[in-house]
Write a protein that binds this ligand. Structure first.
Ligand code: FES
Length: 105
């Protein structure tokens, strides 16, 4: 476990996405419409586009480049051309901060 405290800055609304750098890794933090937080790799597994530039559709994030999709709860690819999963990280809110468990590499 490698827990990192990251200031969230302004609030992340439901349906919102935010790119953060945690332990040198670009992470996309998501707040789904039901208020749950998820953290995934920001880089699409298809051709390396930033997923935080995409769109959240329920529990799926749609890549802005070729519209591949990933399930933010599992990291699994949910729509072509995305096929490989992306990493997910445990995340929770602590006041105005996030606690994100990103392993050191
Ligand atoms: S770069 Fe994301 S689907 Fe192609």
């Amino acid at each position: 476990m490698s827990l990192h405290r990251v200031p969230l800055g302004e609030d992340l609304p439901t349906g919102g996405l935010r790119r953060l750098v945690v332990a040198g890794r670009a992470v996309c933090v998501v707040r789904t419409d039901d208020g749950r937080l998820f953290a995934i790799d920001d880089q699409c597994s298809h051709e390396e586009e930033s997923l935080s530039e995409g769109q959240l559709l329920g529990c799926e994030i749609e890549c802005p480049w070729h519209f591949g999709r990933f399930d933010v709860t599992t990291g699994k690819a949910a729509a072509l051309p995305a096929m490989e999963p992306i990493r997910t990280y445990p995340v929770s809110a602590d006041g105005d901060d996030l606690l994100v468990d990103v392993p050191e590499e």
